[in-house]
Ligand binder design. Structure first.
Ligand SMILES: [Fe+2]
Length: 306
């Protein structure tokens, strides 16, 4: 810890269907569309800030950039020096780019997989409070940042080293197991604040992003969001379940760009003074089953189930 990186401030996705994303974010997740800040990006809000999720129109349908917050312009200079000393490029962005993201300034560098890491300071606070129309208890952000993500790593060792050495993340834990079909799972979880993990690293993924996670303030909000997902024909790929490491109750659904969104509640936080990384041999303690794994059975067949 201690590089000055506080938290994950925002996600920037390039999406081919802005309208579908707008419906998904606002009608299903209960995220609020923000006031346009600048050219080329559409901002969405999960709290008092002007932008927590940014969309730009384009063919990638993937994660383009992660905004990591530092507390001040002075800290940004120090972190930039550290990034360059570690052998990475770090280039100040144009004022218009910062404006469009709702930040005072940022420096662009890249993680080993090629996703832009935008180190920023000075988040813009919106003129109006966040409207909790669909998510009554709101989203859990603050010192824990906007949420977490599962990122593709070509080499977990190399990407882990980048986050630990360059951005001063710490190891939370690992999940290593083999799923039915001989599917090997090897995920490394990293934190940069009390949120159990801000970044999870996996390999063999088709896109940079496997999923991003937004945490809600109540289990009722997560359940209501799951209902809205089904009602909106959003594909739910894993129903409610609890992960053993962060202990969050979550479900997963597919975004209009094909990568997934995890919606969660609860979970534990990391205290670095006492934390000891461990390795878990399972992805979930319960649940996270596919609702579509078996076709629904007619009542007359119920007694024949194993
Ligand atoms: Fe997750």
């Amino acid at each position: 810890m201690g590089s000055g990186v506080h938290s994950l401030g925002y996600f920037l996705f390039e999406v081919s269907d802005l309208d579908a994303w707008d419906r998904f974010l606002t009608k299903v997740l209960g995220v609020e569309r923000g006031e346009a800040l600048g050219e080329g990006l559409v901002p969405y809000r999960t709290d008092e800030r002007a932008a927590r999720i940014l969309l730009r129109q384009g063919p990638a349908d993937d994660l383009i950039a992660l905004g990591f917050e530092v507390p001040s312009e002075q800290t940004l200079h120090e972190v930039t020096t550290h990034v360059r000393e570690a052998g990475h490029s770090a280039n100040p962005a144009r004022a218009s780019e910062a404006k469009a993201r709702g930040v005072e300034g940022f420096v662009r560098t890249f993680e080993p997989g090629g996703v832009a890491v935008e180190l920023f300071y000075g988040p813009v606070i919106a003129d109006t409070p966040f409207r909790r129309e669909r998510v009554a208890a709101g989203f859990v952000t603050g010192e824990q940042g906007v949420g977490h993500l599962a990122l593709r790593a070509n080499s977990i060792a190399e990407t882990r080293s980048y986050f630990e050495q360059v951005l001063s993340f710490g190891l939370s834990d690992h999940i290593r197991c083999t799923l039915p079909g001989d599917f090997k799972v090897d995920i490394t979880f990293l934190h940069v604040n009390p949120r159990h993990h801000t970044v999870a690293l996996g390999s063999g993924l088709p896109k940079h992003l496997h999923h991003f996670m937004l945490q809600m303030g109540s289990l009722d909000d997560v359940g209501a969001t799951l209902d809205r997902a089904f009602a909106s024909n959003v594909r739910v790929v894993q129903g409610l379940g609890r992960h053993p490491n962060d202990e969050m109750v979550t479900f997963y659904c597919v975004t209009p760009s094909g990568f997934e969104c995890e919606v969660g509640w609860g979970g534990r936080t990391v205290d670095d003074s006492t934390w000891e990384p461990t390795t878990y041999n399972r992805i979930s303690d319960w649940g996270h089953q596919s609702p579509y794994r078996r076709p629904p059975k007619r009542p007359t067949e119920m007694g024949e189930q194993p």
